[in-house]
Design a protein around this ligand. Structure first.
Ligand SMILES: NC(=O)c1ccc[n+]([C@@H]2O[C@H](COP(=O)([O-])OP(=O)(O)OC[C@H]3O[C@@H](n4cnc5c(N)ncnc54)[C@H](O)[C@@H]3O)[C@@H](O)[C@H]2O)c1
Length: 458
């Protein structure tokens, strides 16, 4: 006797005619863009978040996520196609749920699964026959099967027949002007074939391309492979910057020349360290899982070690450059330029700039910051406000440390007025050399009229 697939067929029909209601649990960087795409595809969308601040803001037609225009949210709210709520019982009306809650690390750098467990419990409390649940949060392989599935089936629902469970990693790249949620291919792996089929059908309505894989574990690992790949390659070029410094070679010249090879090389650039919610954290989910299987993931550990040392390396560069001018870090006035974790975004989570500021202050510097995207930094109950970038401010500083290379900053203004620039992103390379002495991660460039100093500081 074959499996009764009438529930699946009904659900497929509801997806195709858009009468299915879609719920999104967690309305942050990942959940909100996804909710908006479902809304634009013609579904009624219920966004559930534990933060009343977030839901109220969205219901007033505003957006707290830079890449999601407020006009899109406002239009969906006005048309009645999108509601944001802190009332989880509203999810009972949903035919499909996408979970996009945080997956941070604990203080001991182990996975903190508390948000995923809470979201799984929410989904379970509101579950009914026919429900499709897709986990989007980045996590270790096995989470969908070991955490989400048992919660949903403990109430007697049978997976693949009357409840459908899948993992589909979110690949959103905040601030990317080309690739958004809609045009980034989406990998989907269900517990059963029916789960994959339903989840793929749902995402096919609003994402340009879906990529089905054979299991949730494969889909979970796809995301971890992608971000481990980035972490390892960034660490490799960071180490290359240190190597080039010791050899007196310009690392950026080497990388740009290597990147002319039309095959077999992918360009990564060195920097002050890694930040954000993904690359510094995700590989540790895999490392943790492998530790439980008595296997040490050496690439992940080494990449993490190198990348997490980069803020120290930047501060060492500042100290050496000040020393050449017979100055100490202690007592110097230093501006950190750019504090977001990467260019052109307003996200400061895990930003290496926070480490650079902390280390400079530990060495006695007076530190200010400027970031066009981040007026104020709030950390551990303290807040500090950024300063305006003016010729007078720059002239009164001992050093400027460029940590994030936002495109809208006038770097020529900095070059024309500052005494010393430590440029961790090579953003000053194309500028007219005027007043400032410039030190990059891997060599120093003379200002006008100055002789090339010894490139190797150490
Ligand atoms: N930010 C990115 O660029 C990015 C990219 C790809 C994947 N991811 C992954 O996506 C997941 C979500 O990340 P994010 O950046 O969107 O996080 P976020 O912090 O921006 O948003 C998460 C939202 O979930 C809400 N929330 C927390 N617990 C909840 C619960 N139990 N029920 C309902 N809502 C809850 C929070 O209030 C918040 O609004 C993480 O696993 C992350 O690793 C993030």
């Amino acid at each position: 006797m074959g499996v009764d697939d009438s529930i699946k067929q009904r659900m497929l029909a509801r997806i195709h005619d858009r009468s299915a209601v879609v719920g999104v649990i967690g309305l942050g960087y990942v959940g909100l863009p996804l909710a908006v795409e479902f809304g634009k595809a013609g579904f009624h969308v219920i966004g559930y978040d534990v933060s009343e601040r977030v839901t109220k803001l969205l219901m007033s037609g505003k957006s707290h996520i830079q890449d999601v225009p407020a006009a899109d949210v406002a239009a969906l709210v006005r048309s009645g196609m999108f509601e944001a709520t802190t009332d989880e019982s509203r999810l009972h009306d949903a035919d499909a749920l996408s979970i996009a809650v945080p997956t941070p690390l604990s203080k001991t750098r182990d996975p903190d699964m508390s948000y995923v467990i809470a979201a799984a419990q929410t989904a379970t409390r509101q579950a009914h026959p026919g429900l499709l649940v897709v986990l989007e949060s980045t996590t270790y392989p096995g989470t969908t099967r070991e955490v989400l599935l048992p919660a949903l089936t403990e109430r007697g629902l049978t997976v693949g027949e009357d409840v459908f469970v899948a993992f589909s990693p979110e690949r959103v790249d905040p601030g990317n002007p080309v690739y958004s949620t809609k045009n980034t291919p989406k990998v989907v792996g269900g517990i059963t074939e029916a789960c994959t089929e339903l989840a793929t059908a749902l995402y096919d309505t609003c994402i340009d391309q879906t990529v089905p894989v054979s299991s949730p574990e494969a889909a979970e690992l796809v995301k971890l492979l992608e971000n481990t790949f980035r972490s390892v390659n960034i660490a490799m070029v960071n180490e290359m910057a240190i190597v080039c410094d010791k050899l007196g070679v310009d690392v950026w010249e080497v990388i740009d020349a290597a990147a002319t090879k039309p095959f077999g090389f992918m360009k990564f650039t060195p920097g002050p360290g890694i930040g954000g919610h993904c690359i510094p954290l995700d590989p540790h989910y895999l490392a943790w899982k492998m530790r439980t299987l008595n296997y040490k993931t050496r690439f992940i550990d080494l990449a993490s070690e190198i990348n997490s040392q980069m803020p120290n390396y930047v501060v060492e560069k500042v100290a050496l450059a000040l020393n050449e001018q017979r100055k100490a870090v202690n007592g110097s006035k230093i501006l950190v330029l750019g504090v977001a974790y990467k260019r052109d975004i307003d996200d400061i989570r895990e930003s290496p700039a926070l480490d650079v500021i902390r280390l400079l202050e530990e060495h006695g510097a007076t530190v200010s910051f400027h970031d066009p995207f981040i007026p104020t930094i709030r950390e551990d109950g303290h807040s500090r406000t950024g300063v305006d970038l003016t010729p007078e401010l720059l002239a009164g500083l001992d050093a400027v440390v460029i940590v994030t290379d936002h495109r809208s900053v006038d770097y020529q203004l900095v070059m024309d007025n500052a005494q010393l620039i430590v440029d961790s992103r090579n953003v000053t390379s194309g500028l007219v050399r005027t007043k400032a002495r410039v030190v990059t991660l891997a060599s120093s460039r003379p200002s006008v009229g100055e002789h090339e100093p010894s490139p190797a500081h150490s």
